[in-house]
Design a binder for this molecule. Structure first.
Ligand code: BES
Ligand code: ZN
Ligand code: ZN
Length: 499
């Protein structure tokens, strides 16, 4: 996709269509809207008058008009963005995605957007480009017919009063963010016969080479040597060997606090059958997305490799398949993790926490002082928060607050759940140090988190349960259904702010 930034003469942009943000109950009585209204022979005023279009967020209206003089475009799309007072930079990516998908479906390939946002102009530009890029993702990779061939290939952003160079840099950053999100979404969408742990590791390795990250893949032998009995207890029932994917970004010049190292750790269960505690057949297919936490780590690291922040970041993915088999772990087996803790496995379907246990120990041994893990860990979080909020839990309130704040800026919602001694008591085992489930169905998401907490030594730690937010069951005007690459944007903000 070609991108361009312009700072004046929006109407004269060399594109097929113009798209403009319109606020709720706004009238075309002045400024840009008035000019565009003239261009369309008063069509904007009439759709607003008849309340065909009210400017409510997601509302759209589309017109054809006769281009005159220097004007090339012959189509105009109005996109509602809701209340002017509540309009934020993060809404721009939804706006841009909505415009792009709407026009793309009409087989329009080039458009200019006037987002009309105040505030940080480069943030506006980054979000606009990311919104257009992510809007283009479709689930049709494996279709041999009915493939979508329509696409936006030229995007022009109009921001009055900005410097073209700043906008252009910001647009480039947005493309990196959008492409990296799509990279993560492609991984999460892959069928599990194609994306097994070895393939996931290969893709991470190839990506690392392309963007200049260091990459190390630990195989089962190496993991055995490190005593990762918890992680390996999950992979033992599968013919697919587990891989621990380790991605490292080191800046040329570091500006962060000395000795501080952020690690992003992802659950990468490429398919979760439940193991011997096997899941029911209905909806088991959804469990190909059980590596979404790992996909978020890989996508975020890709963006980091290209954006080159001035702080180091470590990315770790525990890529494992959870299958039932003659060799598989039995409920009641006891295993020892790499920090020496013993675990009584009472449900082999609570496998995410088992692989994350050894992965966070590894992260801390590599020098991580801050760990953010993400995982499609519990069905319980979907009951609690649906698909609108990601649960966040952690041992350091400052880090939790920081992530929630970054989420607000990135347009991703987090909701904190508590942890604490009383919850930790619920995973005490009769015969080992801890067990991998609590009692019954109580506090399922919290139990998952306090289990992982047992493997954190000194690091500040936050856990994101993305089971409800990593996959969208329905399409939205700005994006297809399917994998969402949740948390990529929030984590990039977190990295940006720690510079
Ligand atoms: N991958 C699942 C979590 C999940 C379940 C995500 C349903 C989306 C929909 C995880 O490995 C799992 O099976 N968790 C169990 C834990 C239980 C056995 C304590 C769950 O949530 O049921
Ligand atoms: Zn499971
Ligand atoms: Zn799982």
């Amino acid at each position: 996709m070609k991108t361009q930034a312009i700072t004046d003469n929006f109407q004269e942009a060399q594109v097929d269509a113009l798209a403009v943000a319109v606020f709720k109950d706004e009238k075309p009585s002045s400024g840009l809207l008035k000019e565009l209204d003239k261009l369309t022979g008063g069509n904007i005023a009439s759709v607003i008058k008849t309340e065909e279009f009210t400017g409510e967020s997601g509302d759209t209206a589309y017109f054809l008009f006769e281009p005159k003089g220097k004007i090339k475009a012959s189509r105009l799309l109005l996109v509602g963005v809701g209340d002017r007072a509540e309009y934020k930079a993060s809404d721009v990516s939804v706006l841009a995605g909505t415009a792009a998908r709407n026009l793309q479906k009409r087989n329009i390939r080039s458009f200019a957007l006037a987002p009309r946002a105040d505030g940080d102009l480069s943030e506006t530009a980054t979000n606009a480009a990311a919104g257009v890029v992510t809007s283009q993702f479709e689930l049709d990779k494996y279709k041999t017919s009915d493939k979508n061939k329509k696409a936006i290939d030229n995007f022009v952003l109009y921001v009055e009063g900005a410097k073209e160079k700043d906008l252009k840099d910001a647009l480039n950053r947005g493309e990196i963010v959008g492409d990296s999100m799509n990279f993560a979404r492609d991984l999460a969408n892959e069928p599990p016969n194609i994306l097994h742990p070895t393939e996931m590791a290969k893709r991470a390795e190839k990506m690392a080479k392309e963007v200049g990250l260091k990459c190390e893949i630990l195989d089962e032998k190496q993991m055995e040597k490190l005593g990762m009995g918890s992680l390996l207890s999950v992979s033992i029932g599968s013919d697919q060997p587990a891989k621990l994917i380790v991605l490292k970004y080191e800046p040329k010049k570091s500006t962060g606090k000395k000795g501080e190292l952020l690690a992003l750790v992802g659950k990468g269960i490429t398919f979760d059958t439940g193991g011997i505690s096997i899941k029911p057949a209905e909806n088991m297919d959804a469990m190909k997305y059980d590596m979404s936490g790992g996909a978020t780590v890989i996508g975020t690291m890709r963006a980091i490799g290209l954006l080159k922040p001035t702080v180091p970041v470590l990315g770790i993915v525990a890529a494992v398949e959870n299958m039932p088999d003659g060799k598989a772990t039995r409920p009641s087996d006891v295993v020892t993790a790499s920090n020496g803790k013993t675990i009584e496995i009472l449900n082999t379907d609570a496998e995410g926490r088992l692989v994350l246990a050894d992965a966070v120990v590894y992260a801390e041994n590599q020098g991580a002082t801050k760990i953010v893990d993400m995982a499609t860990l519990t069905g319980a979080v979907i009951i609690a928060l649906g698909d609108l909020n990601t649960a966040i839990l952690g041992n350091d309130q400052e880090l939790v607050d920081e992530i929630i704040e970054c989420g607000k800026e990135a347009g991703e919602n987090f909701w904190q759940l508590p942890i604490g001694k009383e919850y930790s008591k619920m995973i005490k085992s009769d015969i080992a140090d801890i067990k991998n489930i609590g009692g019954g169905r109580k506090a399922g998401t919290i139990i998952g988190a306090v289990f992982i907490e047992e493997f954190i030594k000194d690091a500040k730690w936050a856990h994101l349960d993305i089971a409800g937010t990593a996959w969208a069951d329905d399409a939205k005007p700005h994006r297809s259904k399917g994998p969402t690459a949740i948390a990529v944007r929030t984590l990039l903000k977190l990295v940006e702010k720690s510079q």
